[in-house]
Design a protein around this ligand. Structure first.
Ligand SMILES: [Ca+2]
Ligand SMILES: [Ca+2]
Length: 210
């Protein structure tokens, strides 16, 4: 199933290479009827751009679904996902950072807002978010700035040994002390104002399997 991620329909940014790619894919029947239908009524060049984004989006989805982490191996938490040594779940509940953390503590023994310790884990977490809420992927992770020290820590007390900031972040704009993912770039981090309500990821570590 093709889906349209972007409806940016100006002809300015489409190169000759893009057009050739689209035309080639149309000839090879890589473009689905669904997108053709949605594209009806658009000018030819606009249609081409729409198709391009649709294909690009599907490619991204496929890449992500291939990397979806496996199920959590802890009893009663099989619907959560195994990421690194932790089990992770997406919560589609708009809460501020503190309330989200307490929601996580209630959701599972040892639960906290999720911490991230590798690029692979960061990708896995983003795949989970996109699977559940592609339209609104900004989420709280469990990082916060420790009392204006400039030092960032994880609320689950694990080591701050990985980071994936959007360039220029954290910028502490209007006193931002809490860590969100997917503000500007997919999978990248930003410091945001802690009282803002967002969906979030919870995780817990099953000590028995470590
Ligand atoms: Ca700050
Ligand atoms: Ca910021």
């Amino acid at each position: 199933m093709w889906r349209v991620e972007r409806m940016v329909l100006t002809g300015k940014n489409v190169s000759k290479g893009h057009r050739l790619l689209i035309i080639t894919m149309m000839k090879l029947n890589f473009i689905s009827c669904g997108v053709e239908h949605k594209a009806q009524g658009l000018e030819p060049i606009e249609k081409q751009i729409l198709l391009f984004w649709a294909v690009d989006h599907t490619h991204h989805l496929r890449r992500c679904s291939m990397k979806m982490p496996r199920s959590c191996d802890v009893k009663n938490y099989e619907h959560w996902y195994k990421v690194g040594n932790s089990c992770v779940m997406y919560f589609n509940e708009l809460l501020n950072f503190t309330d989200a953390e307490f929601r996580c503590r209630n959701a599972a023994p040892g639960g906290h807002l999720a911490s991230v310790h590798s690029s692979q884990a960061n990708n896995d977490l983003n795949c989970i978010v996109l699977k559940y809420n592609k339209k609104s992927p900004r989420i709280w992770l469990g990082g916060f700035e420790f009392f204006n020290s400039g030092k960032w820590v994880w609320i689950d007390d694990s080591n701050w040994d990985f980071q994936a900031w959007v360039p220029g972040e954290p910028n502490n704009h209007n006193k931002e002390d809490c860590l969100e993912m997917n503000w500007k770039e997919k999978g990248k981090w930003n410091d945001d104002w802690c009282p803002t309500k967002k969906n979030f990821l919870c995780s817990f570590t099953n000590k028995k399997t470590n």
